[in-house]
Design a protein around this ligand. Structure first.
Ligand SMILES: *[C@@H]1O[C@H](CO)[C@@H](O)[C@H](O)[C@H]1NC(C)=O
Ligand SMILES: *[C@@H]1O[C@H](CO)[C@@H](O)[C@H](O)[C@H]1NC(C)=O
Ligand SMILES: *[C@@H]1O[C@H](CO)[C@@H](O)[C@H](O)[C@H]1NC(C)=O
Ligand SMILES: *[C@@H]1O[C@H](CO)[C@@H](O)[C@H](O)[C@H]1NC(C)=O
Ligand SMILES: *[C@@H]1O[C@H](CO)[C@@H](O)[C@H](O)[C@H]1NC(C)=O
Ligand SMILES: *[C@@H]1O[C@H](CO)[C@@H](O)[C@H](O)[C@H]1NC(C)=O
Ligand SMILES: [Fe+2]
Length: 449
């Protein structure tokens, strides 16, 4: 149950509360919003029509309160089971969700089921999904799997998708995300180009985003608070340049953050800037060059990324230099999808990619250049694990963030092959607001511009 943001809300929500427990009846749900279509007007391909997708905005909810709810139309009658969810705690420096689960690149495989089963038993209060959701684009429209992009789309000038994968994925995830709020940001597998250049249709229709609430009016980037944490969700597969809309929105959003209410500032986007694996090595360098300075100047504490199918934790870093005031970068593209795991490191002999092969067409041109300083000066890759890489391992798993107070947060990575309570990597991430000067813009000053 994500926070909802549809403006034409077709349903009514009746809320009654008694001693901290509330009941919500959502309904009647009537087909006033159109279903989602995916069209492939090419010989031999199938189109897809979804069921009706409803987004319902619940207003007036109280923080840190347990709500029970049912959805449906009692007049038919057709009502769902009774579900429940707990709202986030109020924003403030002493108020945090206990456990936030973070995972990327999930897909829907046996490994995904292991990840989600471990994640669920860690009892999270909030789930962050850092892009690459269902991998529906690795199937032909008749449902046959197809990992070979260049050779497997003989009947179609564009890459096909099999949209029922989204329905399978939704049914699989229902047990978790009917109870725990989930926030999602898009990955490359959500592009899903179809006829008339339509992209991101399933992603933008199936999830609800607090876009209006955070002033972005886009499903591709938005922000929200969860207790004393301000989360910024960024889009890597749309315009991120300094003159573009997303960047302008980001500047405004950062300027509006009040660190006395939300001391923690966490940013997420799909492709990592600081990954040392061979797969996708320095692929998002154009985005880094545009946005890193701005995020740094506002003292972003933690960055979550996916895309690389493995786990990696960085030391605090800025512009490839160790910097006590830079963010900690955590790559968690280890959800268990059907593509291969990343195992090779770019710093191993023979594994440094040729720079011209590294860009992704959606993330700009060739921006990655050889390093100009440090042990890898003049080269494209280090010859050992770079100093900004603190820990890396090719295993599937998920992470749990537990913010303890204004300055301490415990990060734990759990591996799928381990027992539930065994830890794969664990560290306290400690903020130093007194040492790291953070750009602050006074509210009254913003109101004037
Ligand atoms: C898919 O939709 C397109 C556009 O509406 C249509 O031209 C085509 O015939 C449809 N294909 C099938 C198999 O129904
Ligand atoms: C993925 O799941 C399969 C089937 O359960 C298992 O054999 C395999 O070890 C898992 N792979 C990883 C990397 O965890
Ligand atoms: C789906 O289409 C592909 C490509 O045309 C074909 O090779 C495959 O056999 C089809 N699968 C099914 C289940 O019809
Ligand atoms: C789709 O994109 C291509 C390439 O950018 C362009 O030539 C074409 O006109 C576009 N089609 C539509 C329907 O917008
Ligand atoms: C960049 O580094 C690579 C080795 O990592 C080297 O082969 C190449 O010549 C360098 N390019 C430039 C322009 O220095
Ligand atoms: C913050 O939490 C950490 C870890 O629980 C603890 O060691 C530290 O003393 C706390 N700091 C404050 C100011 O409460
Ligand atoms: Fe990806």
């Amino acid at each position: 149950m994500a926070s909802s943001s549809s403006s034409s809300v077709p349903a009514l929500a009746a809320i009654t509360c008694l001693v901290g427990v509330c009941w919500v009846a959502i309904g009647p749900l009537r087909p006033e919003s159109p279903p989602l279509w995916t069209l492939y007007p090419f010989e031999g391909l199938q189109n897809y029509t979804s069921g009706i997708i409803h987004h319902v905005r619940l207003t007036g909810l109280k923080p840190n309160t347990l709500y029970f709810y049912r959805c449906g139309d009692p007049s038919i009658p057709a009502m769902s089971e009774i579900y429940h969810f707990r709202t986030m705690p109020v924003s403030g420096p002493w108020s945090y969700p206990k456990r936030i689960a973070v995972v990327g690149d999930l897909g829907l495989t046996y490994n995904t089921t292991t990840t989600i089963s471990h994640l669920t038993s860690n009892d999270p209060d909030l789930v962050l999904l850092i892009g690459d959701v269902t991998y529906a684009n690795l199937y032909l429209t008749n449902g046959t799997g197809s990992d070979c992009y260049s050779c497997s789309f003989p009947h179609s000038p564009i890459q096909e998708t099999y949209q029922p994968r989204w329905d399978y994925w939704g049914r699989f995830m229902e047990n978790l995300i009917s109870k725990v709020p989930i926030m999602v940001i898009e990955g490359n597998h959500e592009i899903e180009e179809q006829a008339e250049n339509k992209t991101f249709v399933a992603y933008s229709s199936r999830f609800a985003f607090p876009s209006e609430e955070s002033g972005s009016s886009s499903t591709f980037y938005y922000s929200f608070n969860a207790g004393g944490i301000h989360f910024i969700m960024l889009g890597a597969y749309i315009d991120f340049t300094r003159s573009g809309k997303q960047y302008k929105w980001l500047e405004q959003d950062l300027a509006n953050v009040d660190r006395s209410t939300t001391p923690w500032l966490v940013a997420t986007w799909h492709p990592p800037w600081y990954s040392t694996y061979h797969a996708h090595y320095r692929e998002a360098e154009c985005m880094r060059l545009e946005m890193e300075e701005l995020l740094y100047s506002y003292g972003v504490d933690i960055v979550f990324n996916g895309h690389v199918h493995a786990y990696e934790r960085s030391n605090r870093v800025y512009n490839y230099n160790l910097d006590p005031c830079g963010p900690v970068y955590l790559t968690v593209g280890d959800g268990g999808n059907r593509e291969k795991m990343a195992v090779k490191y770019a710093d191993e002999p023979g594994n440094c990619p040729e720079p011209s092969t590294t860009p992704d067409e959606y993330i700009g041109g060739i921006c990655a250049k050889n390093f100009t300083s440090g042990p890898a000066a003049g080269k494209f890759c280090w010859d050992r694990q770079p100093d900004y890489s603190a820990f890396r391992e090719s295993s599937f798993g998920h992470g749990i963030l537990e913010v303890k107070n204004e300055t301490w947060a415990l990060w734990t990575w759990y591996r799928n092959q381990d027992a539930d309570n065994k830890v794969g990597d664990q560290i306290y991430i400690v903020r130093q607001p007194d040492k790291c000067h953070v750009r602050q813009v006074l509210k009254s000053w913003i109101d004037d511009i």
